[in-house]
Design a protein around this ligand. Structure first.
Ligand code: FAD
Ligand code: FES
Length: 261
């Protein structure tokens, strides 16, 4: 199994305000199977030693491509330099890394809820593709700060068996309010729940579905190595607070009752 590669940039474009879609091509795509895993990107600067962890949003095995969506920071950041890279350039990539969203136990009779917030939405798209193929019924709740930073809604809508609801904090698109408000309007029980987004949103999801066995939350943490060697990314284990879990290796996706948010 290959873990590091100079992948080719096939395309890069701004798809929402300060949000870029980056399509990469290379052999690492052969190892992409589980939605929710991430790549460590080396931005082209000798001053920036740490890689940037970015989730895999989707992949295409035939074309050996994968798509990432990331938010560009200000001019001092690595993602700003990343956004200046163009098609035809190569970028040093490590991955796919971490544990993703388990889908094996989901059956076609299940109602699955997917909850995403902001730049936490991208890995949920490949997840929805995989669940949609299983034939189960899927409700997707997406929350964004405002219409200008909304991403991937059209792609989710096109998937079979998927119903999508969008909320924006300022009401410029969809329901006005936090995505947590959409949770309270659900008229159907969920058999499995998957979520990725800010910790406030994850807390709301974890509280509402605390007794659900199949609750999976994707966590974010500052990372250095990304491969379990440095302890930069630890979070407390809910079952044993003296034990630390590494978000890069034990996660980023955890069972909802397994980690302190
Ligand atoms: P800088 O300020 O230059 O970063 C300085 C250092 O801090 C870098 O090492 C950087 O990696 C780290 N850092 C800064 N902010 C964060 C953060 N929020 N989380 C983790 N490390 C941070 N962002 C996306 O836009 N799209 C994604 O799909 C995505 N997936 C992620 C998946 C995982 C598992 C994790 C842990 C984070 C993910 N992030 C994603 C967040 C992304 O890694 C940070 O926004 C990014 O690293 C910030 O880098 P920068 O160059 O803009 O900022
Ligand atoms: Fe080094 Fe997780 S980033 S252990």
């Amino acid at each position: 199994m290959k873990l590091q590669e100079e992948m080719l940039i096939v395309s890069q474009k701004e798809v929402a305000e300060d949000i870029f879609e980056l399509v990469l091509q290379g052999d690492l795509v052969n190892d992409m199977e589980i939605a929710g895993q991430f790549l460590q990107l080396k931005v082209p600067s000798q001053d920036l030693l740490l890689r940037r962890p970015i989730s895999i949003s989707s992949w295409n095995k035939q074309e050996k491509t994968c798509t990432l969506l990331y938010r560009r920071g200000d001019k001092t950041t690595g993602t700003y330099l990343l956004s200046k890279m163009v098609a035809g350039q190569a970028i040093d990539i490590l991955g796919p890394l971490g544990k993703g969203f388990p889908v094996d136990e989901v059956t076609e009779t299940d109602h699955v809820l997917i909850v995403g917030g902001g730049i936490g939405v991208p890995p949920l798209y490949e997840l929805a593709k995989q669940l949609s193929k299983k034939g189960c019924q899927i409700t997707v709740l997406l929350g964004f700060a405002r219409a200008e930073v909304k991403i991937l809604e059209e792609q989710f809508v096109q998937l079979p068996n998927v119903q999508v609801k969008v909320a924006t904090d300022n009401g410029s698109y969809g329901y006005q309010g936090h995505v947590g408000h959409l949770l309270n309007q659900l008229d159907q029980e969920a058999d499995a729940v998957y979520a990725c987004g800010a910790s406030m949103m994850l807390k709301a999801v974890a509280t509402k579905f605390e007794s659900l066995e199949r609750l999976y939350l994707s966590m974010e943490a500052r990372m250095a190595c990304g491969i379990g060697a440095c302890y930069a990314c630890v979070v407390p284990d809910k079952k044993d607070p003296t034990h630390a879990l590494k978000v890069c290796q034990d996660g980023p996706v955890f069972k909802g009752n397994g980690v302190v948010i």
